[in-house]
Design a protein around this ligand. Structure first.
Ligand code: GRF
Length: 211
């Protein structure tokens, strides 16, 4: 069994997808939010998952908050920490403490469009392919070894709402898959790149075009 702690800030739809996937060998021990109003907390609590809130506004700074968060997380003896819409920039000491067991999902084909407003920026650039990425977290924001990506075609009449909604469907496919591979000990980091152990699947998912 692998102990998993999921961190959220909002609705937590990726957290829900991971819980609903009922991954064999995965023990979701807690869902932690940095905002008391994070909607995903109630969803998790209804399913009997331990929840906790650590309100970042009550801490003097990033270091103090991350130190308290580390203490809280480590109480669950986690093998894996999953960032699922956790809207915080993390300190290097936090990230280093969880090196190799901290993963994130980002709604772009990294290394393109790190940071916020990814869909707005992709649409403004007129890209024809957009995507999302699950990656190991390093101290640099939205960087780190890529585990799995999904790509989809951008349509001429796409808006931020339509693109982000189609993207979310892809996120809900690849995040549970990446967690499954981690739980199965199939992810190997070799020279900063992630290899998925045998049988080696393609670590990319291409969404069928919308007709
Ligand atoms: C997702 O788009 C995720 O890629 C990004 O934040 C959003 C979180 O959505 N990091 P949810 O809270 O999982 O529904």
């Amino acid at each position: 069994m692998k102990n998993i702690v999921i961190l959220i800030s909002g609705r937590g739809s990726n957290m829900q997808a991971i819980v609903d996937a009922q991954i064999a060998g995965a023990n979701i021990c807690a869902v932690i939010a940095n905002r008391p109003d994070a909607a995903g907390l109630a969803w998790a609590a209804e399913r009997g998952i331990a929840t906790a809130v650590l309100d970042h506004k009550l801490y003097a700074g990033r270091e103090a908050f991350d130190a308290a968060l580390t203490t809280l997380i480590d109480g669950y003896a986690p093998d894996l920490i999953v960032l699922a819409g956790f809207m915080r920039i993390l300190t290097a000491s936090f990230v280093n403490h969880y090196a190799g067991r901290l993963i994130n999902i980002h709604p772009s084909l990294l290394p393109a469009y790190t940071g916020l407003h990814t869909h707005e920026r992709a649409l403004a650039d007129g890209v024809k392919i957009a995507g999302c990425t699950v990656h190991f977290v390093t101290a640099e924001l939205d960087h780190g070894p890529i585990i799995l990506q999904a790509a989809l075609a951008v349509l001429d009449d796409d808006t931020v709402a339509s693109l982000s909604s189609r993207m979310l469907e892809q996120e809900h496919l690849i995040y549970p898959q990446a967690v499954r591979w981690f739980v199965e000990d199939r992810l190997k980091l070799i020279n900063g790149r992630v290899h998925v152990d045998s049988p080696a699947p393609a670590a990319v998912l291409i969404a069928p075009p919308v007709l």
